[in-house]
Design a protein around this ligand. Structure first.
Ligand code: ZN
Ligand code: ZN
Length: 94
């Protein structure tokens, strides 16, 4: 199941927009994952519906640079200030 996920940096205060992570509760074909853009320094939601992570290329809609996917981890690096002090919150299902 997918959860609404937010990332918040305790160092610089950067917060990412609410991101859908996982597979849709109502439509399991829908799939989203968080990724970050090194160029823009932001965490973005990527629509993975019908996509193959090993085959397709995923690029930032703003600058066109290839996105780096986030894995589930104990701590996350802030795309703005590079501090390893980002909190992840997972809320309700989508
Ligand atoms: Zn930061
Ligand atoms: Zn970008």
């Amino acid at each position: 199941m997918g959860e609404y996920t937010t990332f918040e940096c305790r160092e610089c205060g950067y917060t990412a927009d609410r991101i859908r992570w996982g597979v849709g509760v109502h439509d399991p074909r829908q799939r989203f994952m968080p990724a970050y853009c090194v160029e823009c320094g932001t965490i973005v939601e990527v629509d993975m519906t019908g996509a193959d992570i090993h085959v397709d290329e995923f690029r930032c809609v703003v600058c066109g640079v290839e996105l780096v996917f986030l894995e589930k981890a104990a701590s996350y690096t802030c795309p703005k200030c590079k501090a390893h002090d980002m909190l992840m919150h997972q809320g309700e299902y989508w």
